[in-house]
Design a protein. Structure first.
Ligand SMILES: [Zn+2]
Length: 213
């Protein structure tokens, strides 16, 4: 029975991986699985790979045992991407279903797959369908695996605070459309991050003013 984490190198999945990796050992490493898919765009993939490389070095220095695997998906959806299923925040809603099924091959009977979906993710719109699809795929493969969502009731603010505490925040990559190796500051994840960092700043200032910090 082992731990596996779906890992992009972004803030949510990196926090989940760090949390699981703390319990890892040479005999019981954490499996970190990344998916390379055309939907990600090559620039984003390159930046995520750089982030993951740095993070893996840090994890190693901290004595964590992480085995990293990449699943490369060469599927090409037909039709207009605008007609794909999206959440209100613009996340692809069909993506979790096929991501989960690709992992089944990597998992052993009894493994636990941890995912970094948090409170405001679109995942929860269809979560029961994703979970059922995953469980059916496991059943077909003759495996019993568990899905875990450790950030289910976490806000983005809490995630960022925790990553900062763990000294991992600056190593993560979240931007969808990198511009010459720098975040674009315009895409949805960049906007989210800017808003969250602003909220954290404001909250800290208030706490300080109240003398609680
Ligand atoms: Zn961006």
């Amino acid at each position: 029975m082992g731990d596996a984490v779906l890992w992009s190198g972004g803030s949510d999945s990196t926090l989940v991986l760090a949390q699981r990796a703390k319990h890892s050992s040479r005999d019981n490493p954490v499996l970190a699985i990344s998916v390379k898919h055309q939907e990600l765009g090559n620039d984003k993939w390159v930046m995520e790979q750089k982030a993951r490389k740095k993070l893996l070095e840090v994890f190693k220095k901290r004595g964590y045992y992480v085995k990293h695997y990449i699943i490369e998906v060469r599927a090409y959806e037909s039709g207009n991407p605008k007609n794909w299923l999206f959440s209100r925040r613009g996340e692809s809603l069909y993506q979790p279903a096929w991501w989960l099924c690709y992992f089944v091959d990597f998992l052993k009977d009894g493994d636990k797959l941890h995912l970094g979906y948090h409170l405001s993710d679109g995942f929860w719109v269809l979560n029961q369908h994703y979970i059922d699809t995953f469980q059916s795929a496991c059943k077909l493969m003759g495996k019993k695996c568990e899905l875990h969502f450790p950030l289910k009731i976490w806000t983005k603010q809490k995630i960022i605070r925790e990553l900062k505490k763990e000294k991992l925040f600056n190593l993560c990559w979240t931007c969808e459309r990198p511009q010459q190796g720098k975040p674009c500051e315009r895409c949805e994840p960049c906007n989210d991050l800017r808003i969250t960092l602003g909220e954290i700043k404001r909250e800290d200032r208030l706490l300080k003013a109240k003398g609680k910090n």
